[in-house]
Design a protein around this ligand. Structure first.
Ligand code: MSP
Length: 529
């Protein structure tokens, strides 16, 4: 058994608010939210953090190009786009950190000073190719020859924009000292970086030996000043990674830090090395625990390439939610893409899954059961008679689905969790077809059997409402109300997920209420527009 007070702290990357969000960003937010809602509802001491990464050249240049100061630009984008994104996708985060907040800037200054005082930071010279899109110095092996507008130039393989040759005298983090300790960490804790493909990539990279890392800049001033030499600002990634600890009490609130840290970091695969190499080395240098896990998810692709605003392939999250709703967005991306792999988004696939799985599969099941309870039993849940083989089969499906879904969440496989829960939807639909309650209702001698069928179906819906609430918070809240479950069982969000598969919770005598379609039909004209 897992102790009830187990700590689960999950983070998303903090996003550059240089531009508006697209569905790739929404994907990370939703995945982190489903995992955190699951753990919270399972009784773990859960904390979920997201936020924005507001310093650095990318922010400064975009703001300047828009005739604004970087702070003003960040304020505008955060207020108008990034905070609203959370509502658009129904994200129940516990905190939102901005790297321009005093709590963060103070923590960054304290952290870097500590590393300087303990000899992990020294001055040095650096020359190399820098990609402002990545905010990172690049090895020549990471560059390709540009095409089109940048024909013949050296461009970043991710952003397809030219890199800039920079030469700077600045401060270096002695990261090279951590090569062996990092390799030992990956060896001792194979779960530290996941999935395996990501772990292998990181191990191969570190095996080549690590260089020291340039962590200050003196050619611009949009950042946290280096405390002992204020002509420099802290390198944006060194600053940004620290959000994961400054948001939970570093430096000053020891109790909160101990309660929350270490975290599970969810990141896109493009920013894996920052999280699985640089970040743990920084933590080791400061004498802090390394993260619990770094999990790299794949990219949403368009035409085989990473969806991105700069390549004009970004789709705004509300283009999807305005038509299908936030539940469908959440469901679709978690169900359709094996977590950790790339996935291609298509409107056709989304529309097809919405219709087949959400509307016809789950929504229809819920409406039918509530409607039959209303029609045949005056809206009052009957007590079941003796369970038949088939009734027992449904109980077993529910029990197994709940166990398997929890195990899948533990191994960061939300797509498998949803698939496991969906076996209940499928089995229950099949059960109703076979039992034909509409035929039983015509025969007074079958009244007891009809009671059992209706009670079994309602109890299955009770379990589905609980198990699906992290993924489909809006639809399951409606279903919970329609089932009349709250008076007897309490709020949906207070139902313990790890007990969701226990049978026989919804008591006989419960009164159900009408249920509007959970996933209404979408007008084909809207889809073709
Ligand atoms: N600011 C840094 C992260 C700092 S964390 C200490 C950053 N920001 S970002 O806004 O460019 O990207 C944030 C996240 O969005 C990354 O995990 C990135 O992988 C993810 N995605 C951006 N485009 C994406 C897709 N097309 N598909 C899936 N995720 C994508 O990097």
């Amino acid at each position: 058994m897992v102790p009830a007070d187990r700590s689960f702290y999950i983070t998303t990357p903090i996003f550059y608010p240089s531009d508006v969000p697209h569905i790739g960003h929404g994907y990370t937010e939703v995945a982190a939210d489903v995992l955190s809602r699951w753990h919270r509802q399972a009784g773990d001491d859960t904390w979920s953090l997201t936020g924005t990464d507001e310093h650095g050249q990318k922010m400064l240049r975009t703001a300047t190009a828009n005739d604004m100061g970087p702070r003003e630009w960040a304020d505008k984008l955060v207020q108008e786009s990034w905070i609203p994104l959370l509502e658009t996708l129904d994200i129940a985060n516990d905190d939102f950190i901005r790297t321009t907040q005093p709590r963060h800037e103070q923590g960054v200054a304290a952290f870097i000073q500590k590393l300087y005082d303990t000899g992990f930071i020294e001055a040095g010279d650096y020359e190399g190719f820098y990609c402002v899109g990545c905010e990172e110095y690049k090895q020549t092996s990471e560059l390709v020859t540009g095409t089109g507008k940048y024909d013949g130039e050296l461009v970043c393989a991710i952003h397809s924009i030219p890199v800039e040759l920079l030469k700077e005298r600045n401060y270096f983090f002695r990261m090279s000292r951590f090569t062996d300790r990092l390799l030992a960490l990956y060896e001792e804790r194979p779960d530290f970086v996941q999935p395996d493909s990501a772990r292998n990539e990181v191990v191969q990279f570190v095996k080549q030996g690590l260089d020291d890392l340039s962590i200050s800049r003196s050619t611009f001033d949009w950042g946290v000043p280096v405390p002992w030499d204020t002509k420099h600002v802290v390198y944006v990634w060194f600053d940004a990674l620290l959000n994961y600890v400054t948001a939970v009490g570093f430096d000053g609130d020891e109790a909160t830090l101990n309660r929350r840290w270490p975290a599970t970091h969810l990141v896109g695969k493009d920013i894996l090395r920052f999280h699985a190499v640089i970040w743990p080395a920084m933590l080791m240098a400061a004498g802090l625990e390394v993260p619990k896990q770094v999990f790299a998810h794949g990219w949403l692709l368009v035409g085989g390439e990473k969806m991105s605003k700069s390549k004009l392939t970004g789709i705004a999250p509300n283009q999807i939610t305005d038509v299908f709703g936030s539940d469908a967005f959440r469901y679709y991306f978690l169900r359709a893409i094996p977590f950790g792999q790339d996935g291609s988004f298509s409107w056709e696939d989304l529309a097809a899954r919405y219709q087949a799985e959400l509307a016809n599969g789950f929504g229809n099941l819920a409406s039918r059961v509530i409607a039959m309870l209303t029609r045949y039993r005056g809206g009052v849940l009957p007590a079941p008679g003796e369970a038949s083989e088939r009734d027992l089969g449904i109980r077993e499906t529910v029990r197994r689905a709940a166990v398997e879904a929890d195990l899948a969440i533990e191994r960061m496989a939300p797509h498998e969790a949803v698939a496991a829960i969906w076996t209940i939807v499928e089995e229950l639909n099949g059960y109703i077809t076979l039992e034909e309650p509409w035929a039983l209702a015509k025969d007074p001698e079958q009244a007891g059997r009809l009671d059992s069928v209706l009670a079994t179906a309602a109890e299955g819906l009770r379990a589905l409402a609980v198990l699906l609430s992290p993924v489909l918070p809006k639809a399951t809240a409606k279903l919970w109300t329609a089932l009349g479950a709250e008076p007897a069982l309490g709020l949906l969000l207070d139902q313990r997920l790890r007990a969701a598969g226990d049978w026989g919770k919804l008591p006989a005598g419960t009164t159900v209420q009408a249920l509007e379609p959970l996933f209404p039909r979408i007008d084909p004209e809207v889809l073709n527009a």
